[in-house]
Write a protein that binds this ligand. Structure first.
Ligand code: SF4
Length: 399
């Protein structure tokens, strides 16, 4: 499971902080390393080359970051004061800060964080607690290039990719909330879903790098089978992902069972449906991991009896399950959330055709629950200077 060879500073988590000159400026201070974007091996190499320290020091730093939730080098009490100072000058653990935190008024504990990066760009990530597990829904890009017609995130396009470190950071931020709420410094985050803002496969290298760090036993240490990547469907990248040797779950955001409707709802998804389904079959054959279809229910748009027939056919051809998600309305968009009864009828029509279909419970509907709404409302209030949209819904939709 080698990491993709880094070919830029941002890919290995090194970045120029605002106010510093570019790395091409010879008089500039060297950029600080974002340690969350480094694999354990890379951290060892960096500790040896940049800090002139033995590699085992990296193990101590990893322990502080990933096991003990250290947010500051000053907390690393088994490192010398001189080394802590060296680290402070050359590296950072967390690059962002939580600009807003909203807890669902519905009392289900769903909590959205709006994370602001040093360039003022913001993304959402969501903690979704249930009786059985704690899930983090995280973002992969600032904004989203896909532009699904029903999504707040796609309204304004994409600003930039997140670095691997920025992706890992969201998981740590949510796990720290879980630990605080449980009053247990060892409490675990059970699942991570890439269903927040952005199309993960459009930021392939950083997302795969982040997944390997999240999965690495000396780093975040979450099993790959506990990580789900949700994509609108890029066949080339799906095939590439199948070759990575990571046992990750893949969810395909289908949302329409035929090409004509899909192109209307997801203008970016121009890939012929058969090519996309072939790539999914390839993923299943290579990894043995079942694909899940995600399907947002939009009243009077994609839930007729004919749509149920077509969707059942797609699901049977992939031998996969379907997650049905009742739409969370976005102000200004014309789509309507179906009633629970309508959703159940559609689910029953699928089940009659032998397809395993579940309806996901809507969570945190009162905290700007639809994809990207917390960020949009924050932009409207002037916290974010970027203008792109966003995503991440507590009902776990898309991409
Ligand atoms: S639903 Fe997902 S893929 Fe579509 S625009 Fe929103 S974030 Fe992007």
């Amino acid at each position: 499971m080698d990491l993709p060879a880094p070919n830029s500073l941002s890919q290995i988590g090194l970045r120029v902080l605002p106010g510093t000159a570019s790395p091409s400026d010879p008089s500039a201070a060297p950029p600080k390393a974002h340690l969350l974007g480094l694999s354990p091996d890379e951290l060892k190499a960096w500790v040896a080359s940049d800090l002139q320290q033995p590699a085992w020091r990296a193990g101590q730093i990893l322990e502080w970051i990933y096991r003990k939730d250290a947010r500051d080098f000053a907390a690393m009490s088994n490192l010398s004061a001189a080394l802590r100072e060296q680290l402070r000058e050359r590296a950072m653990i967390y690059a962002g800060n939580v600009a807003r935190e909203s807890v669902s008024e519905a009392g289900d504990g769903t909590t959205k964080l709006l994370v602001q990066w040093p360039d003022a760009a913001t993304v959402e990530c969501v903690w979704i607690p249930t009786d059985e597990r704690d899930t983090a829904c995280i973002s992969s890009q600032v904004g989203c290039p896909v532009g699904c017609r029903f999504c707040a995130s796609g309204l304004d396009g994409v600003v930039r990719n997140l670095t691997a470190g920025e992706i890992v950071e969201q998981a740590l931020l949510i796990r720290s909330r879980i630990r605080a709420a449980a009053n247990d410094p060892a409490a675990r985050l059970d699942n991570i879903v890439f269903m927040g803002m952005g199309e993960p496969l459009a930021n392939y290298d950083n997302v795969v790098r982040a997944i390997r760090i999240l999965n690495h036993p000396d780093a975040f240490g979450l099993g790959a089978r506990k990580i789900t990547l949700s994509t609108v469907g890029l066949p080339v990248q799906i095939r590439r992902l199948a070759e990575e040797g990571v046992q990750l779950n893949l969810a395909l955001s289908l949302h329409a069972p035929n090409e004509t409707l899909r192109r209307e709802l997801i203008p970016w998804g121009k890939v012929p449906l058969p090519d996309l389904l072939d790539a999914c079959r390839y993923y299943f054959e290579k990894t043995g991991r079942e694909i899940t279809l995600e399907y947002i229910l939009l009243r009077d748009v994609n839930m007729s009896p004919q749509h149920a027939r077509e969707l059942a056919e797609v699901a049977r051809s992939l031998r996969c399950n379907i997650n049905l998600l009742r739409y969370n309305p976005v102000p200004g968009l014309p789509f309507v959330r179906p009633s629970a009864e309508e959703a159940v009828r559609f689910q029953a029509a699928l089940r009659q055709r032998g397809v395993n279909a579940h309806t996901r419970r809507s969570r945190g509907r009162r905290i700007d629950a639809a994809c990207g709404q917390l960020r949009r409302s924050t932009i409207a209030a002037g916290v974010d200077s970027n203008s792109a949209g966003s995503s991440s819904s507590s009902e776990l939709p898309t991409p």
